[in-house]
Ligand binder design. Sequence first.
Ligand code: KIV
Ligand code: ZN
Length: 523
Amino acid sequence: MTDVQQTDSDQPIVRIFDTTLRDGEQSPGASLNRAAKLEIARKLERLGVDIIEAGFPITSNDDFEAVKAISGEVSECTVAGLARCVEKDILRAAEAVREARHPRIHVFCATSKIHREHKLKRAREEILKMSVEGVKLAKRFVEDVEFSPEDASRTEIDFLAEVVEATIAAGATTVNIPDTVGYTTPERFHQIITELRERVANIDQAVISVHCHNDLGLAVANSLSAILAGARQVECTINGIGERAGNAALEEIVMALKVRNDHYGATTRIETARLYPLSRTVASLTGISVQRNKAIVGRNAFAHEAGIHQHGVMQHAETYEIMRPEDVGVPASELVLGKHSGRHAFRDRLEQLGHRLNDEQIDEAFVQFKELADKKKEVFDEDIDAIVEGMITEVPVSWEIVSLQTTAGGGVIATATIRLRDVKQDRIVQDAATGDGPVDAVYSVIQRITGVTVKLKEYELRAITGGKEAQAEVLIKVQQNGRTVRGRAYSVDIVEASAKAYLNAINTMIALEGVSTEAPEGV
Ligand code: KIV
Ligand code: ZN
């Protein structure tokens, strides 16, 4: 295979291709604004991934702009933009990655019988031609072209080998073998990669990549099996987010290669101590929380409940721990700061949690931290994450809350009185309304004052830290004329967090007015 680096120990390096911002963002319920994508991209770069798939530029203006912004900012790793083997997709992807120091265009075309016949309605020869032409067109803009035969694991092996060989001949430098619907098994996938290596005459001119979905819970196992068979790039996402049941989890693949290096004999460039902080950033920015017992980054991953286990770990950690919490960046203690903590301690903790802010941002975060510390005695890591993530917004604020008062409970009709500032016109508007509970009353007033009518589709409330002084996080989804946007906010007061989240969504809705929501067909 081409250009597969070796480590000092002479082990091959498996390239980590992160698709959190593309396939991950396709997760039901996840959608990230440009600022959030940039924040994740910067952290992926620091984590040490080799390739960031930053988006699918043809799908929307937002996606295009996000890929462009990431291309302009990330310099240590390759930035890839996805495109179908369709001229307009490839031109758009080429434009989006133009400023990247290491640009890649990733073109794909479905090859399996079921996709050929029912989705693309094209014969094998046409698919082959589209794939080759797609690679050739992409190659006119960038040297680094990846080709994916979508649904490869359900494609007839002879046709798959033919397409792979033809696309490498056309200039593909990476050929990615996706298990698009999470159907394959570790044994079968090993065989597919082995057969491709045996049958495709020019296979040594490209890096073999794999891209596994988790419909049967086998995405990580399938990826690792492919590595044993010779794959040297894996496509994965932080926390395993992605279409349907998700993609292979980056942190699981990386730690399996590290902890079981004796078995896999391959390594990655990932700085594993950055895994946990990034997992939390992604959970928080996408609103998709990590299950408690999730391997590597779940809250319980290093918690020992049974007395016999606790005793064992205290005597010798390796009795029940195959890796140390610090190897993946789980902080030694969760309880951090209080109202007497100074700026220095606050800045140190920000760094430990993986937040790299400039001085101005630290000042802003510190003011918010002090306000929070006045309201609650103990400020936990999650509170600090929430402060930082609350700052990562680029939605222009049209309306902001000046004051909010509610009365509810004990047989009283819930009432809300709110004063909002109309930022553009610099005026204060006050109104009051009743509702079925305080949150409903608050939402009615906000709609009345702003004049923006939206339908509340989802409302999720969660405590982000423990105890009765926990900060609440409210995540909502609202809809207007077929467009759905998310709102998110934090506060120690549930009603205030609900109001802020709602206003956040309304501000987004106002900012998006006139922006198209169309997605291309056949994706
Ligand atoms: O799952 C899949 O097949 C994909 C391709 C675009 C690589 O996401
Ligand atoms: Zn996928």
